[in-house]
Design a protein around this ligand. Sequence first.
Ligand SMILES: [Zn+2]
Length: 80
Amino acid sequence: MDDALRQIVCKNCGSEAEVPSDSPPCVTPEGWYALMQANFGGQRVELRTQMYYFCSKTCLMLWIEKEVPEIPKAFRDAFK
Ligand SMILES: [Zn+2]
């Protein structure tokens, strides 16, 4: 495996893909989606971010509906 590649895994189905390791976290292969979860660390002024990757819009939608049903339907519809 080329060291210059970083592996990403679909959060929903486990599919794998590779992106250049020096690319920003939001960069995804063609057809993939990246979702960034930002947490303000409680009392501390610290922004922690977590990237989730999805190999397709279908996986993204399935994961959102399974994991974060509180997301307003209007927001989810924006992806359609
Ligand atoms: Zn997937």
